[in-house]
Design a protein around this ligand. Structure first.
Ligand code: AMP
Length: 361
C-alpha cells in the first residue's frame, strides 16, 4: 500500500523503516525538504489545499505522527483516504482538558484539574486545587514546554505570563515514585496487544532514559494499566498505536497523558520486542494481523541523544548497543537520535548504560 504520513520527523522516519520490509511505499506531507523522513519516501512540501489533495490522492491510507497535527488537514484528507487513527482520536488527545474529561468519564484516575483563561480564574483554581500545582497550556505542549510549576501564591502572575494568554489547565501536583508508560496497538478488527510497562526518567521535561520492562512491576499493576488502556482504546475506537503516560504513586496508578501515536518510550521495541511499535502501527493501519509484543531480551534500555551527537563511535563499540540517528542538525534540546541496549542480565545492562553515561544528564 501507499502509506501517507502527516509530518516527516523521526517518528515518520522509523515508520518508513519498518514499512518497507512489508512491501509498502511511503508518502510524507512535510514542512521542508530537510525533515528527517523527507528522503525516505515521496515528499509533498507545504500544506496548502492543492498539495494536500495531491498527497491524499497519492496515499491509500494516511496516518499522523503528532497529536499537534491540524484537525482540519485530517478532515480534508479523510474525504479521499482512510485516516488512522481517526480524527476523533486526534481531537481528544490534542487538548489536555478533553483528555482529562474522557479519563473522568471512564473512571480512570488522573490529577485534579481546572481549565483557566485568566489570572483571576487561575487564583480561583488554586483555591480549590491547592499548591504545589502545574500550569500547562491545554494545547501544543511537548517535552515539558508551555508548563510552569507553581509552588507559592507569589508566583501566580509569573505563571500566567508564561502561558502567553493561551487557554491553560491547572493540575494538582502528583507526588509520584516513578513515571511509567504503556503502549498498545489496536487493529481495524478490534484486536488488541499490549507491550510491557516501561519506566521513564525525564530531565527538564525531556525523556532521557527508558528501562523496559520496568522493574518490580507486579502482575496486578500491569493488569491495572492494561485495564485503563482497554477502556480508553475501545471507547475511542482507536486504530494504531496508543500510549498512556502514568505516574506510579504509592497507592494509585494515575494517568498523566495520552498520545495517539508511536512514542519515544517505545523506541526500545525496535530491537527489544518481537515486533516493534512502528511495525505494529503499520500493520494496524493496513488491516494486517498484529505482531507479537513480547520481549526478545529480558532487559532493555533506551537513551535519547539530545542536542549533540556525542561519542557515537563509542556507542558502536558497546556490546548490545544499537545506534539510531535521525539525520538532524545539532541544536540545544533537540532529539537527534537514540541508543537501544539489550541484555539478558540486569548487571550487564547497567554496565552498558554506565559506559554511555555522557548521554545522560
Ligand atoms: P507532560 O508534558 O504532561 O508529560 O509533563 C512533563 C513532565 O512534567 C512529566 O513527565 C512529569 O515529570 C511532570 N509532570 C507533569 N504533570 C505533572 C503533575 N500533575 N504532577 C507532577 N508532575 C507532573
Amino acid at each position: 500500500m501507499k502509506i501517507g504520513v502527516l509530518g516527516a520527523g523521526q517518528l515518520g522516519r522509523m515508520l518508513a523503516l519498518s514499512a518497507y520490509p512489508l512491501g509498502h511505499q511511503m508518502r510524507f506531507l512535510a514542512l521542508s525538504e530537510e525533515d528527517p523522513s523527507s528522503l525516505l519516501g515521496k515528499t509533498y512540501i507545504n500544506s496548502n489545499a492543492d498539495v494536500i489533495k495531491l498527497f491524499s490522492d497519492d496515499s491509500d491510507v494516511v496516518t499522523y505522527e503528532s497529536e499537534n497535527t491540524d484537525v482540519s488537514i485530517v478532515k480534508d484528507v479523510s474525504k479521499k483516504s482512510n485516516v488512522f487513527p481517526s480524527e476523533r482520536s486526534l481531537h481528544l488527545t490534542q487538548h489536555r482538558g478533553r483528555e482529562k474529561e474522557l479519563l473522568c468519564e471512564l473512571n480512570i484516575p488522573c490529577a485534579p484539574y481546572q481549565i483557566v483563561n485568566s489570572v483571576s480564574e487561575l487564583q480561583n483554581a488554586i483555591k480549590s486545587i491547592g499548591l504545589p500545582a502545574i500550569l500547562k497550556t491545554t494545547r501544543d505542549g511537548y517535552d515539558g514546554k508551555g508548563q510552569f510549576h507553581i509552588k507559592f501564591e507569589s508566583q501566580i502572575d509569573e505563571a500566567w505570563g508564561h502561558m502567553s494568554g493561551n487557554e491553560s489547565i491547572l493540575e494538582g501536583f502528583v507526588k509520584f515514585e516513578r513515571e511509567l508508560s504503556l503502549i498498545a496497538v489496536r487493529g481495524l478488527d478490534g484486536s488488541l496487544k499490549y507491550y510491557p510497562l516501561v519506566e521513564n526518567t525525564h530531565h527538564e521535561g525531556i525523556l532521557r532514559l527508558t528501562v523496559a520492562p520496568a522493574q518490580n512491576i507486579s502482575k496486578s499493576l500491569q493488569k491495572k494499566a492494561e485495564g485503563y488502556m482497554h477502556s480508553l482504546i475501545n471507547e475511542i475506537d482507536h486504530v494504531g498505536v496508543l500510549t498512556i503516560e502514568l505516574f506510579d504513586s504509592k497507592d494509585e496508578l494515575i494517568v498523566n497523558e495520552i498520545a495517539p501515536r508511536v512514542h519515544n518510550s517505545g523506541h526500545w521495541t525496535i530491537e527489544g520486542a518481537q515486533t516493534s511499535q512502528f511495525e505494529n502501527h503499520i500493520r494496524a493501519i493496513t488491516n494486517s494481523p498484529l505482531g507479537e509484543t513480547s520481549i526478545k531480551h529480558q532487559f532493555n534500555a533506551m537513551i535519547n541523544i539530545i542536542g549533540e551527537h556525542g561519542a557515537t563511535q563509542k556507542v558502536l563499540e558497546t556490546e548490545n548497543a544499537h545506534l539510531h540517528l535521525y539525520d538532524k542538525e545539532e541544536r540545544q534540546d533537540r532529539k537527534l537520535g537514540h541508543i537501544t541496549i539489550t541484555s539478558n542480565s540486569f548487571d550487564a545492562l547497567n554496565k552498558s548504560i554506565d559506559s554511555l553515561k555522557e548521554y545522560l544528564p
